[in-house]
Design a protein around this ligand. Structure first.
Ligand code: RAT
Ligand code: ZN
Length: 446
């Protein structure tokens, strides 16, 4: 089964089952088509958010057939780079010393510093507490012994099912790098597809780090050069086509700096215009743009060393105007860019805002952004993705999203009711399904 038919099956199942369920419940008089009393709105929103299986549209998780790339378990959870960034604020250890420790020693240090010596009140630390609680593990232990034994006893496939259940998600979208040597080798060996994990072709190494990677393409027989001139764009397109056949990605993706410009006479500008955008059109898939990273402002922190900068979103205007045949999933990292992103989405229906990414994934900011999007775009956007790097993180990230969304959606429907339009459970269910499933399915459908 190709990915396209796979996705349309999922889509049909989701849409049909939601529609049939609504129809049969209404016919059988369960009240889902009856106007709700304002006092019941909160409960109904909460129940429908809990009952809807979400699609996690951007993660760094991997299907089991990609082997060790997929991170899970307590030591990975505790050494998440969001927590490493916090460690150095509360412990005098230098990053250089920290990187010499084993994973286990790093986890012990982070646990002691952020969970034993200090209260884990930040978003990322509280998330670990929620994961431990979800598995019935102690949240206030002074060591990780019990948690380590629990995770060591899990069998991956069954564990994934139980984690997805706890998170209320049906499937996740991966981030797959054809230029990561370990990952490429796994795909070339013929990684078995998995209906719970969709592939995404990530292009950062090609678009942002061409000088370090063009020779890999050249060594594989693609006629490219250091400046991405001559036949290079056509050859990159051939490379993308080969990897598209192998991965069947649901979209292509790139993260971009705050200074990203387009059009631009640069390697990135040329490869975007002459290779990536035409390839996306050929394959009928969107390009995901994640804009606003200030890469490695503190390189000693490694993965935790990036920061944020406000971007010029005029690039989106130019992309949407010049390439109406392309679709752009877009997340912007700067809080200051959020309103402009909504405005551009009102102008161009080939632009789909998604997620509250990375430093934005905190309840206070998610609340602000989501309200703004609902007010400007109705339910025509994708409110959130988890960005999970470690399997069990989806449990706390989606729990937080649901918790933050309850009052926001309740208020949205309450003011609608006050203004004269009562809502039903079936309508609430349909809007939640749209936000967390069908906007993505439709936008990515070929
Ligand atoms: O949120 C993160 O984990 C970041 O490090 C990035 O990976 C970001 O999500 C990205 O996909 O570039
Ligand atoms: Zn990410």
């Amino acid at each position: 089964m190709t990915w396209a038919s796979d996705l349309s099956t999922v889509k049909l199942m989701a849409t049909n089952s939601a529609t049939q369920e609504i129809a049969s419940k209404s016919a059988s008089g369960d009240g889902s088509a009856a106007a709700l009393a304002p006092r019941d709105l909160g409960t109904v929103v909460e129940e429908e958010l809990a009952a809807t299986p979400f699609i996690d549209v951007h993660t760094h998780l991997f299907m089991p057939s990609l082997g060790k790339l997929g991170l899970w378990g307590i030591d990975e959870l505790i050494t998440y780079h969001y927590l490493e960034a916090e460690l150095f604020r509360s412990n005098p250890i230098s990053p250089e010393q920290y990187w010499t420790l084993s994973k286990r020693e790093q986890a012990d240090l982070v646990w002691r510093t952020l969970f034993v010596e200090n209260a884990p009140v930040s978003e990322a630390t509280r998330g670990v507490v929620a994961v431990l609680k979800a598995f019935g593990l102690p949240t206030d232990s002074d060591n990780l012994t019990e948690a380590r034994s629990f995770f060591a006893a899990q069998k991956l496939e069954a564990h994934i099912r139980s984690v997805f259940n706890l998170a209320g998600i049906s499937e996740v979208v991966m981030t797959n790098d054809p230029l990561d040597p370990d990952e490429a080798a796994a795909w070339q060996r013929g990684a078995e597809a998995d209906h719970q994990f969709h592939a995404v072709m990530r292009l950062d190494r090609i678009l942002n780090k061409w000088p370090d990677h063009w020779q890999i393409l050249a060594s594989q027989g693609y006629a490219v050069d250091a400046k991405a001139q001559g036949k290079s764009a056509a050859e990159v397109r051939r490379f993308l086509a080969d990897w598209h056949n192998r991965m069947r990605p649901v979209y292509m993706a790139v993260s971009l700096p705050d200074i990203f410009q387009f059009p631009e006479d640069s390697v990135r500008g040329r490869l975007l215009a002459d290779a990536v955008l035409p390839a996306c059109r050929d394959f009928g898939i969107p390009l995901s743009l994640m804009i606003g990273v200030r890469y490695l402002v503190n390189p000693t922190l490694r993965l935790a060393g990036d920061a944020v900068g406000r971007a010029d979103l005029g690039v989106l205007e130019r992309l949407c105007v010049r390439y109406p045949g392309n679709r752009f999933l877009t997340s912007v990292l700067s809080r200051e860019n959020q309103h402009e992103l909504c405005v551009y989405a009102r102008k161009f229906n080939n632009l789909m805002p998604f997620g509250c990414w990375w430093f934005l994934n905190n309840p206070s900011i998610v609340e602000e952004i989501t309200r703004e999007r609902l007010e400007l775009l109705g339910t025509s956007f994708i409110p959130q993705h988890s960005d999970a790097r470690v399997l069990e993180q989806v449990i706390y990230k989606w729990r937080n999203t649901r918790r933050t969304l309850v009052p926001i959606l309740t208020n949205t429907f309450r003011v609608l009711e006050e203004d004269g339009r009562p809502v039903t459970r079936a309508q609430i269910r349909a809007e939640i399904t749209r936000l967390f499933r069908s906007n993505f399915e439709r936008f990515c459908a070929r």
